[in-house]
Design a protein around this ligand. Structure first.
Ligand code: PLP
Length: 359
């Protein structure tokens, strides 16, 4: 079976974990600090704050920016549920804008119409490993005095004209095993803002600035040194693994037929967390089935946009975002991870092309 995702684990990760276990400092200690420094450097930002997941990174970033009840956050309906759920965690309201059908990312031309006096933040999601069109989004945020929180959970190492995902505003990353790098479970916040950095660290540790004196409500969102050791070893491999993903994607781009391959505008450095095609004419599910028969994994990210999820309809009523809904019917993500062999890639191409050529 050619799997859709596979973490690249080696001796470096094993050695790093054993070192932590032998050191006796297993909870948050020097490895977390080292991982944070290295991650900040990779993104080109001043601070990185390690946490337990991408979901807690989003939650903490919203809390640190003081977003709460009565506030609105503009985001994409075509993403993993945690993006919008994090807005609900803080008692605020996610306001969706539709996606650009070519990039699957938030369409900046629709954002201004969604702004109300209650809007506090824009939260673009850099889906599948490609940064959103941040130029116009940053301009809108500046013009309306809005906070920029990037859901970069799928975009470690992605860039737009030399600026890394997570370096435009407050960045949030997931370190889940299927991502381009992992700490088993984990997350990271990135920021240039000293105040946001300090607030995240306080929120992460029970709202505590002085030992057992609690100035504000906080949580236990601390990463352990065991997870940080894995994350650090993975971070060292990220550039090479991203390059391998890009090489795999190039092979697909050059050889797949009858489907729409990912669109990468000029200046965007895509790191292919997912390689997502559009399958036309209602054939997506049949292609997927055919791939499965041929022992090739694939996945639909995402089959139901967030505004159509049951509990969102209960809270916010029926809404429609046609491009997100149409994408949900057509998208199919193919294996693109660094452990694929040339014969795996050729098999995927041959299987899809033979299905699509049947008409
Ligand atoms: C776009 C997006 N946002 C948020 C998350 C949440 O990250 P985690 O699973 O680490 O909590 C994910 C993870 O899949 C994601 O893909």
């Amino acid at each position: 079976m050619i799997s859709i995702a596979k973490p690249v684990m080696g001796d470096e990760e094993k050695k790093a974990v054993m070192e932590v276990l032998d050191s006796g400092i297993i909870a948050q200690g020097p490895k977390v600090k080292e991982f944070e420094q290295n991650f900040a450097e990779m993104c080109g930002v001043k601070h990185a704050i390690a946490t337990t997941s991408g979901t807690t990174a989003l939650h903490m970033a919203l809390l640190a920016h003081g977003i709460g009840p009565g506030d609105e956050v503009i985001t994409s309906p075509f993403t993993f549920i945690a993006s919008a759920n994090s807005v609900l965690f803080v008692g605020a309201t996610p306001v969706f804008v539709d996606i650009d059908p070519k990039t699957f990312n938030m369409d900046p031309s629709l954002v201004e119409a969604a702004i109300t006096p209650n809007t506090k933040a824009i939260m673009p999601v850099h889906l599948y490993g490609m940064v959103c069109d941040m130029g116009p989004l940053m301009e809108i945020a500046k013009k309306h005095g809005l906070v920029m929180i990037e859901d970069a959970c799928q975009s470690h190492g992605a860039e737009l004209e030399g600026t890394h995902a997570g370096a435009f505003g407050t960045g949030t990353f997931s370190l889940y095993p299927t991502k381009n790098m992992t700490s088993a479970e984990g997350g990271m916040i990135t920021t240039d803002d000293d105040e946001i950095d300090e607030l995240c660290r306080v929120i992460r540790n029970h709202g505590m600035r002085r030992r057992y004196f609690h100035d504000q409500l906080g949580y236990n969102f601390r990463m352990t040194d065991v997870h940080a050791a894995i994350g650090n070893a993975q971070l060292m491999k990220l550039p090479a693994n991203n390059e391998k993903r890009r090489t795999n994607a190039k092979f697909y781009n050059e050889n797949l037929q009858g489907v729409t391959v990912p669109f990468v505008p000029q200046g965007f450095h895509h790191v292919y967390h997912q390689y997502t095609i559009r399958v036309p004419d209602g054939k997506r599910d049949a292609v997927r089935e055919y791939l499965k028969e041929n022992e090739i994994g694939s996945e639909i990210y995402y089959p139901l946009p967030i505004h159509q999820q049951g509990f969102y309809i209960e809270q916010f009523g029926e809404q429609t975002f046609p491009q997100a809904e149409f994408a949900a019917e057509e998208v199919l993500s193919l294996p693109v991870h660094p452990l694929l062999s040339q014969s795996d890639l050729e098999k995927v191409v041959k299987t899809i092309n033979s299905f699509m050529s049947k008409g």
